[in-house]
Design a protein around this ligand. Sequence first.
Ligand code: IPE
Ligand code: IPE
Ligand code: MG
Length: 240
Amino acid sequence: MSFKDQVDRERLPKHVAIIMDGNGRWAQERGQERIYGHQNGVVSVRECTEAAAEIGVEYLTLYAFSTENWNRPKEEVDALMELLVETIVKETPTLNKNNVRLMAIGDLDRLPQGAKEKLSKCIDDTAKNTRLNLVLALSYSSRWEITNALKLIAQDVSDGKLNAADLTDETVSNYLTTKGIPDPDLMIRTSGEMRISNFLLWQLAYSEFYFTETHWPDFRKESFYEALVEFQKRERRFGK
Ligand code: IPE
Ligand code: IPE
Ligand code: MG
């Protein structure tokens, strides 16, 4: 029986977040440049988006580029930005056909102008879609996001719009770039590393974690469904 058939459709995670890791190692194992791994990683993005939409997951967040990734060699950063623009433009019709809405979280002002424009256009063009929300974390890091939220909160307190004593964790959530997005139920990291790498520190408070040795370019639909099956074996207690 396929993993897809083993997934219980009544108990799906509403939100799955993925740290897509291992593109560079995947390419190196094949004697290729790192960018070859990123190019093949795009196929996995497409597969997982389709898999999530087909089964009925409502939110899929993909960690595509971290704040720290700006420190990689310029050629790799440039190639990644180019790949991002190319992919977004090429995939917009498919997103619309499949009723998928694109969203983005992160310090988007740091993206090159061209990438920012193409991204905004795709976000606008898919804004009415309702089947799956595909959230790209770009130039994203959780510490950046939390620091940014603190600045906004401090400003609103000093402007008298917010009373410091009334702050709740819900208020904090509303100042994050993930405002309105439910916390992930399941977080997947590919390629064997057992760390968070500055991803959604606040939002992952009670998420289930799933790690696999599979490199991102080899992570396909059935790999996604396998993670869902594993998730459904977990007992979530939320401290109770
Ligand atoms: C993940 O793959 C993609 C990005 C971080 C952009 P890596 O590029 O981190 O590949 P490895 O981890 O070096 O193999
Ligand atoms: C995390 O992967 C960031 C993304 C997948 C975009 P990295 O490869 O950058 O993280 P580290 O360096 O292994 O922690
Ligand atoms: Mg990596």
